[in-house]
Design a protein around this ligand. Structure first.
Ligand SMILES: [Zn+2]
Length: 324
C-alpha cells in the first residue's frame, strides 16, 4: 500500500466511517467509581486537591451510590476513614468498622450495585503504613493475618469483591484461604498485583488521611523504573488464585498495562489514580484544556493499552458523556 493509491484519510472522512472503523470502545460497564467513607453523620467534605470528590458519612455515600447505580456504572470501590486510628489498625477488621457499616448500608439500599472493598491497613493505622511495624519496617507475615481478617470481615458485611492493595508478599493466598475456610469461596479477589511507589498518589493521601508518618512505602511498593518485576508480581498473584489483576497507577504505566494484558489471561483492571485526576481538573479549571475531551481520551487510552476495567474518579462524568 503506497500513496497515492492508498490514502488513510479515506476512512476518516466522516463521523459514520470513523464509527465503523473504531477499534476501541469505552463503555459504562468498564467503569468503577471510588468512594471515601468517613465517620459521622451528614458529612460531605470536598477533598481540596480533588474537586468533586468527597469524604462522606454513610448517609451521603448511600445517596451517591444510588446516583452511581442510576448512571449505569456497575461497581464502586470503597475506602474508609475510621474515627480512631491505632498501631494495629483495628477498625479495619472490626465487624462494626467504618467499611463494614458502609457496605451493609449500600447493599441494603442498592443491592444490584457491586461493592468492592479496598483491603489495606494504611487508612486505619496511626503511623499510616500498610501493615504492622516491627523494627522500623512493615512486618510482612504479621500483616498477612490482619489483611486476611479484614477481607473476611468485609465479606461478612456483604462485600462482593475484596481488593488487597498493600503489596505484602503472599496476601492473595492468605485472603483466598480464609475466605474459602469461612464459606466465601464465591467472593473474588481483585489484586493490586502491580502497584508502584508513585508520587501520583499524593491527593489520595489527603482524601484517606493516610500519609505515612515516617519513611515511605518503597520497601513494599514497586520501583517505577521496573517492568520485568511486574511480570513476577502478576505471576505470583495468578498462582495464588487472584481473580483480577490490577496495574496502579495507569497513565505513566500504559506500557505495563499492555505487557500484563498480553501475558496473563485474567481480567485486567487499571487504577486511574488521584494525581492523574487532579492534573486534569487543575488544567481544566485554568481553562487550559477541554476537560470532557481529555477525560474521554485518557480513559479510552487506558482501554486501548489493554485495561478491561478502569477505577476512575471521572466515572460519573464519563458515564454521563457516554449516555449523551
Ligand atoms: Zn495501604
Amino acid at each position: 500500500m503506497f500513496f497515492p493509491e492508498y490514502r488513510g484519510r479515506r476512512l476518516r472522512r466522516n463521523h459514520n466511517l470513523r464509527r465503523m472503523v473504531r477499534e476501541t470502545h469505552l463503555r459504562v460497564d468498564d467503569l468503577i467509581y471510588p468512594m471515601f467513607s468517613a465517620f459521622g453523620e451528614r458529612i460531605k467534605k470536598e477533598i481540596p486537591s480533588m474537586p468533586g470528590i468527597y469524604q462522606q458519612s454513610i448517609d451521603n455515600i448511600v445517596a451517591e451510590a444510588q446516583e452511581v447505580h442510576a448512571l449505569g456504572i456497575p461497581a464502586v470501590i470503597l475506602f474508609g476513614i475510621p474515627e480512631c486510628k491505632d498501631p494495629l489498625g483495628q477498625d479495619a477488621y472490626d465487624d462494626e468498622g467504618i467499611i463494614q457499616r458502609t457496605v451493609r448500608a449500600i447493599k441494603e439500599a442498592v443491592p444490584e450495585l457491586t461493592v468492592i472493598t479496598d483491603v489495606c491497613m494504611c487508612e486505619y493505622t496511626d503511623h499510616g503504613h500498610c501493615g504492622v511495624i516491627r523494627e522500623g519496617d512493615v512486618d510482612n507475615d504479621e500483616t498477612l493475618k490482619l489483611l486476611a481478617a479484614e477481607a473476611l470481615s468485609h465479606a461478612r458485611a456483604g462485600a462482593d469483591i475484596v481488593a488487597p492493595s498493600d503489596m505484602m508478599d503472599g496476601r492473595v493466598a492468605a485472603i483466598r484461604e480464609i475466605l474459602d475456610a469461612n464459606g466465601f469461596s464465591d467472593i473474588p479477589v481483585m489484586s493490586y498485583a502491580v502497584k508502584y511507589a508513585s508520587a501520583y498518589y499524593g491527593p489520595f493521601r489527603d482524601a484517606a488521611d493516610s500519609t505515612p508518618q515516617f519513611g515511605d512505602r518503597r520497601s513494599y511498593q514497586m520501583d517505577p523504573a521496573n517492568r520485568i518485576e511486574a511480570f513476577r508480581e502478576a505471576a505470583l498473584d495468578v498462582q495464588e488464585c487472584a481473580d483480577f489483576l490490577m496495574v496502579k497507577p495507569a497513565l505513566a504505566y500504559l506500557d505495563i498495562i499492555r505487557d500484563i494484558k498480553d501475558r496473563f489471561d485474567l481480567p485486567l483492571v487499571c487504577y486511574n489514580v488521584s494525581g492523574e485526576y487532579s492534573m486534569i481538573k487543575a488544567a481544566a479549571e485554568k481553562g487550559w484544556i477541554d476537560e470532557d475531551r481529555v477525560v474521554m481520551e485518557t480513559l479510552v487510552g487506558m482501554k486501548r493499552a489493554g485495561a478491561d476495567l478502569i477505577i476512575t474518579y471521572h466515572a460519573k462524568q464519563a458515564a454521563k458523556l457516554l449516555g449523551a
